[in-house]
Design a protein. Structure first.
Length: 367
């Protein structure tokens, strides 16, 4: 029976994804005599955390009850008061937490505070699922840098476009809906200028993504454009939300003025080997409290990210089709490796069928 409540808390936590960054998405369920008396999930920054939402719903009946929560309750004063204080005041008897908060100012301290107040605590139920839900938060809070997901769709023979550049559509409609939910959960959707020039991508959330089938927000769009080649007519400038263009220092003032007139925010970055210094770019994004970046290509940008060891996770959609052609584009270019033994390996891989496509996801193994 306890795992039923753990799964319910995890489902609640997933409802918060895409709405609460840079805070973690957390779910909480309060149970008394086998009945759920309160539940909640993290609200947008500055609003209540999951534990407080559940306690408010339970009211006075929370005394002597048990809470199942997907992450250790916070014990510090941020934009909201500590959740541990609310739990102690409410008189809960037990708190089951899936994992400790990776935030160094909390990690273990919230649990200790509850135990010192006479509340029994349990750790580890639903830990793996909870870690996946907060994977971006965990990296950001411990390193100051965003979690980077490389996503691409390719044919069975590893092509992302034909030799003429045609790429619509390799993945099927169901896979594309899945990608819109990935976009919805990300802070930033990132693409290289070549992808924009080839596809005039919109980089927006559509297809009924988001909580309740509605996109409540648009992630920040980020175009990597070292030499200022993006045209002012690009569709990314006519979509809701904001577009950030990372440019090199040599882009002329006239070009900058044209892009800014279209509503673009320009971010001048130093170059490394003639292209935007991607390591520095992610440091800047981290200082802006960006916790997650979904990179949608193209091959040159993804190749650079893999060469630099900046990718944390890969999500690849493989379509049951053969494109062929030695000049057809592949998803990852860059320098690559010289020997198979040097290849980038994935771990904790999952394979799923989405529509007619196969989706493979995994985490880049640390060397």
């Amino acid at each position: 029976m306890p795992m039923e409540y753990v799964e319910q808390a995890l489902s609640l936590a997933r409802l918060a994804l895409g709405q609460v960054s840079p805070n973690p998405a957390v779910g909480a369920v309060i149970v008394k005599n086998g009945v759920v008396i309160g539940q909640g999930y993290t609200q947008p920054p500055g609003s209540a955390h999951a534990e407080v939402m559940a306690l408010e719903q339970a009211g006075e009946t929370a005394r002597g009850a048990t809470m199942y929560v997907t992450m250790e309750p916070c014990c510090h004063q941020g934009r909201t008061p500590p959740c541990t204080r609310a739990i102690i005041t409410a008189g809960l008897a037990e708190v089951h937490m899936a994992m400790l908060d990776p935030n160094p100012i909390v990690s273990g301290k919230g649990r200790a505070e509850l135990e010192n107040a006479g509340i029994k605590t349990f750790l580890g139920e639903g830990a793996e699922a909870s870690r996946e839900i907060i994977e971006a938060y965990a990296k950001f809070i411990t390193t100051g840098r965003p979690f980077i997901t490389a996503k691409f769709a390719m044919s069975l023979d590893g092509k992302i476009a034909t030799r003429t550049g045609d790429s619509k559509w390799i993945s099927d409609e169901e896979s594309r809906r899945y990608v819109h939910n990935m976009r919805y959960q990300a802070d930033v959707i990132m693409a290289g200028v070549n992808t924009l020039l080839a596809d005039d991508s919109r980089l927006t959330v559509r297809s009924g993504a988001g909580r309740g089938g509605t996109a409540h927000r648009q992630p920040l769009r980020l175009v990597v454009d070292s030499h200022g080649r993006i045209p002012p007519s690009a569709r990314v400038f006519n979509e809701p939300g904001r577009t950030l263009v990372a440019i090199g220092p040599a882009v002329e003032k006239r070009k900058r003025a044209v892009l800014e007139a279209e509503g673009a925010e320009l971010l001048e970055m130093p170059l490394a080997d003639g292209e935007i210094d991607l390591t520095r770019l992610f440091e800047v994004l981290g200082r802006r409290q960006v916790t997650s970046v979904l990179v949608e290509g193209g091959g040159i940008l993804l190749g650079s990210l893999f060469d630099l060891g900046l990718v944390d996770k890969v999500v690849a959609f493989i379509a049951p089709m053969i494109i062929g052609g030695k000049d057809a584009r592949t998803p990852v270019a860059g320098l690559g490796v010289g020997a198979i033994t040097e290849a980038i390996k994935l771990e904790r891989c999952r394979v799923a069928t989405i529509g007619e496509d196969v989706m493979l996801s995994g985490y880049v193994r640390q060397r």
